[in-house]
Design a protein around this ligand. Structure first.
Ligand code: NAD
Ligand code: TYD
Length: 357
């Protein structure tokens, strides 16, 4: 089993990254080293997501660096200053709708940023085998499924949005650095995550917050697109399992084995929000509004994660009902965090792009 002294987590102020850092620094992971969180704090990054960790462990086991992964000098300095022996790379532009409206930032961060990190790691770690570059990616690189079948690790890449194309490109770069320069890498492709601290532009938090505020619940197209949902902590336990025990140069699929049509997920979420908030589920249901479909909207994603389960013994631990209820409760209890992330650039972007829907 691999052990690390100092892990550089990129994108640690975002949704999955902040949950990952919380998980790694908890007793659940068994990790006893230090975390350096390198994040540019774009609209999607919020240092508040780790304020308690910073207060408790800042300067001891937790360090925050505000920096861009495309800034080679800043990344090199992080490697030198903190003697990094593992990278867990999550920093990315992550929202499909934004990638359709403005793809350039996705190419810059997801492709050039990943390249910069890989290249700094290659030089800083020359000939070392006690190090690891773990890349966190998405199942969207595999394209869209019909009514049957699952994505496996050998499914050919077929990305269809600027987001998934940029992630596919980053995955290829990671594997190319392994094959060409023998950089020790592992890679995971995960299905849709949900949970606390998710930026309110993705389906689950958009719907919860709109319900809290009695705003329309925008369902794209016919609402029958299917996603495979996984609670964020289960994603992070899988990432950590692969970082410790995954075979170098291999990819592992991570999924919830939990497929839902968007409209059915929304139906369940409405009942949970009603139960937790005291609102009437009938009045919440009346907010459902079918809106214009996303261009190129992938129909179905479904992950076969049997490799991770049989080879590395990972299991999901949170049922969908438990995870959704925890998530609803978290958004009901954390209006301060919500107000903070919904100010500024986010507000402007939403107003410009979504008021017409
Ligand atoms: P997020 O948008 O919530 O967070 C992204 C973080 O990256 C933010 O903190 C942001 O400030 C930071 N960032 C963006 N550009 C940067 C740059 N140039 N330099 C440094 N930091 C930068 O994203 P997320 O949902 O937490 O996703 C994290 C990773 O997991 C991404 O790589 C994404 O592709 C992948 N992923 C996400 C999901 C999902 O359902 N959310 C599923 C599978 C894989
Ligand atoms: P999203 O959370 O953006 O994740 P992804 O596109 O990466 O899977 O969307 C999940 C599904 O929900 C997707 O089929 C699009 C749909 N969707 C809506 O119907 N309404 C919304 O407001 C959003 C944000 C998404």
């Amino acid at each position: 089993m691999r052990d690390f002294k100092t892990i550089l987590v990129t994108g640690g102020a975002g949704f999955i990254g902040s949950n990952l850092i919380r998980y790694l620094l908890s007793d659940k992971s068994g990790f006893t080293g230090r975390i350096v969180n390198l994040d540019a704090l774009t609209y999607a990054g919020n240092p508040d997501s780790l304020a308690d960790i910073d207060k408790r462990l800042g300067g001891k086991r937790y360090f925050f660096l505000k920096a861009d992964i495309c800034d080679r000098k800043a990344v090199e300095k992080a490697f030198t200053d903190y003697a990094i022996d593992a990278v867990c790379h999550l920093a990315a532009e992550s929202h499909v709708d934004r990638s359709i409206l403005g793809p350039e930032a996705f190419i810059r961060t997801n492709v050039m940023g990943t390249f910069t990190l890989l290249d700094v790691a290659r030089i800083a770690w020359k000939d070392r085998s006690d190090v690891l570059f773990h890349h966190v990616s998405t199942d969207e690189v595999f394209g869209s499924l019909g009514d049957s079948g699952f994505f496996t690790e050998t499914t050919p890449y077929d990305p269809r949005s600027p987001y998934s194309a940029s992630k596919a490109s980053s995955d290829h770069l990671v594997m190319a650095y392994h094959h060409t320069y023998h950089l020790p890498v592992t890679l995971t492709n995960c299905s849709n995550n949900y949970g606390p601290y998710q930026f309110p532009e993705k389906l689950v938090p958009v719907m919860i917050l709109n319900m809290i505020e009695d705003k329309p619940l925008p369902v794209y197209g016919d609402g029958k697109n299917i996603r495979d949902w996984l609670y964020v902590e289960d994603h992070n336990s899988a990432v950590w399992t692969v970082m410790q025990n995954g075979v170098l140069g291999q990819t592992y699929n991570i999924g919830g084995e939990n497929e839902w049509e968007n409209i059915k997920l929304l139906d369940r979420l409405i009942d949970l929000v009603a139960e937790e908030s005291g609102k009437s589920s009938a009045s919440l249901r009346s907010l459902i509004t079918y809106v214009k479909d996303r261009p190129g909207h992938d129909r179905r994603y479904a992950i076969d994660c049997s490799k991770l389960k049989t080879e590395l013994g990972w299991r999901q631990s949170v049922t969908f009902d438990e995870g959704l209820r925890k998530t609803v409760r978290w958004y009901l209890d954390n209006s301060g965090w919500i107000n903070r992330v919904r100010s500024g650039e986010y507000r402007t972007w939403m107003d410009v792009n979504y008021t017409q829907r």
